[in-house]
Design a protein around this ligand. Structure first.
Ligand code: SAM
Length: 278
């Protein structure tokens, strides 16, 4: 196996969701490191991958500058290091970022055996547009900071994806309904790939009401549709036409404004004739 840092994605629920390549990497790396060494040991056992006498280190970005130094020293020594999250893809709301940056800066190979992540699994099931999405991670705990976090992503032109804990989901949905609007489509994906997998679809308003007062258990992803395009008023169209008519013929101005606003061509043309006084 090539010397270097090999990130390994692990299942987010069902143990058999690990990839064959992830198992190969875990079987042949010189050194193993994990966010949670107990979970990795269990996963190795389930899939019959012997740890043997290879080192297995516990590593988190924040608590382990010393361990990071050790891992970088193994890389310096020409060894292969496999790093796995407790669940899902490393670095996605999980440790690995500082390790990745420092290993790359030191000139080592940094590569990945990709696999499950709750973001992609939830997007696949939610039934919201996937052409563009924004992963906002976990919102802050405190109400004020959470509302500011929601305010900051209000106008993102894509599906919003949040990770959330079962204790805070009620507060999160009621704040999201308030800040983003109760009519936006929203989806709760819970316990993905596990026995009690559940997908609840609705709007922020209806879901906030459903969830208030009930207890949701397990792991949760919340997805929210992008804001609807603002309806164009006649005043908007007139202002755009006035400006276009200063440089264009009536027909061209009407064509260009109708296209820009997705408006009905004929009515924009009639408005342009009126404005031009012809
Ligand atoms: N690295 C992981 C990934 O790639 O998805 C995410 C780790 S983050 C610490 C844990 C959060 O991810 C959970 O609180 C939940 O919001 C989401 N999550 C992880 N597994 C999930 C699952 N099976 N179903 C729903 N959400 C899940």
């Amino acid at each position: 196996m090539q010397p270097g840092l090999h990130f390994v994605a692990t299942p987010i629920g069902t143990a058999r969701d690990i990839t064959l390549r992830a198992l190969d990497v875990l079987a042949s790396a010189d050194v193993l490191a994990a966010e949670d060494t107990r979970s990795l040991r269990r996963l190795l056992e389930i899939h019959g991958v012997p740890l043997g006498d290879r080192p297995l280190l516990s590593y988190h970005d924040h608590s382990s500058a010393k361990v990071r130094g050790k891992l970088l020293a193994y890389l310096e020594d020409g060894q292969s290091v496999a790093y796995a999250s407790e669940a899902g893809t490393p670095l996605i709301a999980d440790p690995g970022y500082h390790l990745s940056v420092e290993a790359a800066e030191a000139g080592h190979l940094v590569t990945s055996a990709p696999g499950p992540s709750a973001i992609i699994t939830a997007l696949t099931l939610a039934g919201l547009p996937t052409d563009a999405f924004f992963f906002a991670g976990f919102l802050p705990n405190a109400k004020g900071a959470r509302r500011s976090g929601l305010e900051a992503v209000k106008d993102v032109p894509g599906t919003l994806v949040f990770y959330e804990s079962p204790h805070r989901i009620g507060d999160m949905l009621s704040d999201a309904s308030r800040v983003l609007g109760p009519d936006r489509k929203a989806v709760i994906c819970r316990e993905l790939t596990k026995k009690f997998e559940e997908v609840r679809r609705g709007t922020l308003g209806t879901l906030a009401e459903e969830i208030s007062g009930t207890k949701l258990k397990g792991e949760i992803v919340v997805l929210v549709d992008r804001a609807a395009l603002r309806e164009t008023s006649d005043e908007d169209l007139e202002a755009a036409l006035q400006s276009a008519l200063t440089t264009m013929s009536v027909r061209d101005a009407a064509d260009s404004v109708a296209k820009a606003y997705g408006a009905h061509k004929r009515s924009v043309y009639q408005m342009a004739i009126k404005l031009s006084g012809k």
